[in-house]
Design a protein around this ligand. Structure first.
Ligand SMILES: [Zn+2]
Length: 75
């Protein structure tokens, strides 16, 4: 079917594509994890006057001290 050179080139290309897709996959996954870790929303509780942060982009979050739901802090 193929001669040895063609087979070797095809094999090398497949291997390269395989490792490239693995690299891209893990790079994107790590970046997404880093972004999720980095993005925090800061809240200020109007009931007990404490400042707290929650992970992710949230509109509102419950206070860990008194449970009162507060809107996000805007600067
Ligand atoms: Zn509170």
């Amino acid at each position: 079917m193929f001669d040895l050179t063609t087979a070797t080139v095809l094999y090398s290309l497949l291997l390269a594509v395989f490792f490239l897709s693995l690299w891209i996959y893990y790079d994107r996954r790590d970046h997404a994890q880093f972004e999720a870790e980095r993005r925090r929303t800061i809240f200020h509780c109007v009931r007990c006057d404490s400042v707290y942060a929650k992970r992710g982009e949230l509109g509102e979050g419950a206070c860990p001290h008194c449970g009162h739901t507060n809107g996000r802090l805007r600067f």
